[in-house]
Design a protein around this ligand. Sequence first.
Ligand SMILES: Cc1ncc(COP(=O)(O)O)c(C=O)c1O
Length: 325
Amino acid sequence: MTSPIIRSAGTPVRAGLGSWPTPLEPAPRLASALGLDPEDLWIKRDDLIGLGGGGNKVRKLEWTAGTALAEGADVLVTSGAAQSNHARLTAAAGARLGVDVVLVLTGESAPTGNIALDTLLGATVHWCGDVSDAELAARVQDVAGELAAQGRRPAVIPFGGSNALGASGYRTAGEELLEQDPSVQQVVVAVGSGGTMAGLVASLGAGRVLGVDTGAMPEPGPAVAGMVAELTGQPADAATLRIDGSVLGSGYGSVTDAVLEAMRLAARTEGLVLDPTYTARAMAGLVRAARQGELVRGRRVVFWHTGGLPGLLGHTTALERIMAG
Ligand SMILES: Cc1ncc(COP(=O)(O)O)c(C=O)c1O
């Protein structure tokens, strides 16, 4: 008997959820502040993807949600941290595509940031409290099983939207960037569940992609390599991936001095708002690379802005530290 829970293993189908390409903008004042030439640093604005407040997860959901719906799903189930951008954008994708969304989240409800948007966008939220990754995954299966028992057709979208199907959205994104600027030498991007980096490595090559670990997973390298191998059909060695784990601080969501400095620098040189969990950490990695001489004048680097602004508005510690000056 086939499982009533849809696993999106069939022919990939892309649902239209964004307007492409996203802008590629110069960041001359930030480049100069980092000792680069003004034209060396550009920002890929995936924060400006229109759906649901924008962000990288939309590119993955075009494939994961599109395929699930084509296979007959009538409800999307996914999981994440309380302030998950992926959860918020799954809620937005469900609204746009006309299917229900059930979110299984760690932590507790609060009237802030992504959590408020999840409700605004019409999702049903199951709160799990402080549970391990394995417990959260088990809760997702329970919820999907209950929905199937009620006669629904649930599709489980993986944590962070990261499997090879979701990551294929970032393989396309890498190709989109090369069409906008074939001279790109280096891309810097946050690594959470790894699908974004995996897709970019599949299209740009491991040497051009610097991933900055945000601590969302204990060890992202093997997960990224696994998705790269699936996307390219070639073996991929985690050791060839460039993942900077040096700006992790005390872990996921921690607000380090480097994170705060990156937020202020981007905001005050370019009017660019970063979130403390993902994009500011990636920018801190870029700042570090520039200061260590890994980014050199005349070689174009692209900072991939993956969104996350609602997460800043749900991060009390970060907001307090910003206000403290
Ligand atoms: C704003 C933002 N940037 C980057 C990432 C990392 O993307 P990935 O999970 O594909 O590694 C996430 C993941 O949650 C995110 O929300």
